[in-house]
Design a protein around this ligand. Structure first.
Ligand SMILES: CC(C)(COP(=O)(O)OP(=O)(O)OC[C@H]1O[C@@H](n2cnc3c(N)ncnc32)[C@H](O)[C@@H]1OP(=O)(O)O)[C@@H](O)C(=O)NCCC(=O)NCCS
Length: 200
C-alpha cells in the first residue's frame, strides 16, 4: 500500500530481458500528494518467480540495521578495491549515529525482502549516495532498481541531472546505467569517481 502522501511506483524487471542484456527497469507509478517515496520492485530472484520488493523511506529505527548492512558490504564487497585503513575510515562515516542523522536530514531509502532490509540508497541535493546491496543479494537487479528509484525521486524534484561519487567497486555498474565519469577523486577513505547522468 502506498503511504498516504507518498509516491506509488511499480518496477518491472524480467529475468529474460536481463539475460538478453536489457537493463531497463520500467517504473510505473501514480503520484500522490506529499514528498515520501514508496515503491515496489518486482524482481525474478529465481527462474519463473517474480518477487515484490518494497522500497520505502528509512525511519529512525532502521539506522542500526542500515549501518550494519553497509559495514558488512564494505568488508565483503569493497575490500578488494580499498585498503584496510580506507575501509575502517568508511566504517566511521557509516556508523549507526551517522546513519540516524542522515535519515533525519536527507532522503534515505531501503529495499526489503521478507521484511529484511537488503539494500539501501540515499539522495541529497542532486546527488545519489551510499548505494549498498548486501553481498548475497547482489547481481539480482536490486542496485539498478534503487538507482531508478532515486532517478525518479530526483526528477520529481526537478533535477536535470543526477550526480554521484562512485566507488571503484561500483564504477562499471554505474557506467552500465548510463553514468559518465567526470573526474577521479581522492579522499582519506580512498579513490572514487565523480559521475553524472542527465535525466530525461
Ligand atoms: C555496486 C552495487 C550497488 C551493484 O548492485 P547490484 O544489485 O549487484 O547490481 P545489479 O544486479 O543491478 O547489476 C546490474 C548490472 O551492473 C553490472 N554490475 C553490477 N555489479 C558489478 C560489478 N561489481 N562489476 C562490474 N559490473 C557490475 C552488471 O552488468 C550487472 O548486470 P549482470 O548482473 O546481468 O551482469 C553492489 O555490487 C554493491 O553494493 N557493491 C558494494 C558497495 C558499493 O561499492 N556501492 C557503490 C557505492 S557508490
Amino acid at each position: 500500500m502506498p503511504a498516504p502522501g507518498g509516491f506509488a511506483a511499480l518496477y518491472m524487471l524480467s529475468r529474460k530481458a536481463r539475460r538478453a542484456g536489457i537493463h531497463a527497469t520500467a517504473r510505473l507509478g501514480s503520484r500522490f500528494r506529499g514528498n515520501d517515496d514508496w515503491g515496489f520492485a518486482f524482481s525474478a530472484l529465481s527462474d519463473g518467480c517474480m518477487f515484490a520488493i518494497p522500497i520505502r523511506p528509512a525511519i529512525d529505527s532502521d539506522a542500526k540495521v542500515i549501518a550494519a548492512l553497509i559495514q558488512r558490504t564494505l568488508r565483503v564487497s569493497n575490500a578488494a578495491d580499498y585498503s584496510v585503513a580506507e575501509i575502517s575510515r568508511l566504517f566511521a562515516s557509516f556508523s549507526a549515529g551517522g546513519m540516524l542523522e542522515r535519515i533525519q536530514r536527507q532522503d534515505v531509502f531501503v529495499a526489503e525482502i521478507d521484511g529484511e532490509i537488503v539494500a539501501t540508497v540515499g539522495y541529497a541535493g542532486g546527488e545519489l549516495w551510499a548505494l549498498f546491496v548486501v553481498p548475497e543479494r547482489q547481481r539480482l537487479g536490486l542496485g539498478s532498481m534503487l538507482v531508478a528509484h532515486i532517478e525518479a525521486h530526483a526528477r520529481q524534484r526537478g533535477d536535470a541531472q543526477l550526480a554521484l561519487s562512485a566507488s571503484l567497486t561500483g564504477v562499471e555498474f554505474y557506467e552500465r546505467l548510463g553514468y559518465h565519469r567526470i573526474r577521479a577523486l581522492t579522499h582519506r577513505s580512498g579513490a572514487t569517481y565523480a559521475m553524472v547522468k542527465a535525466l530525461d
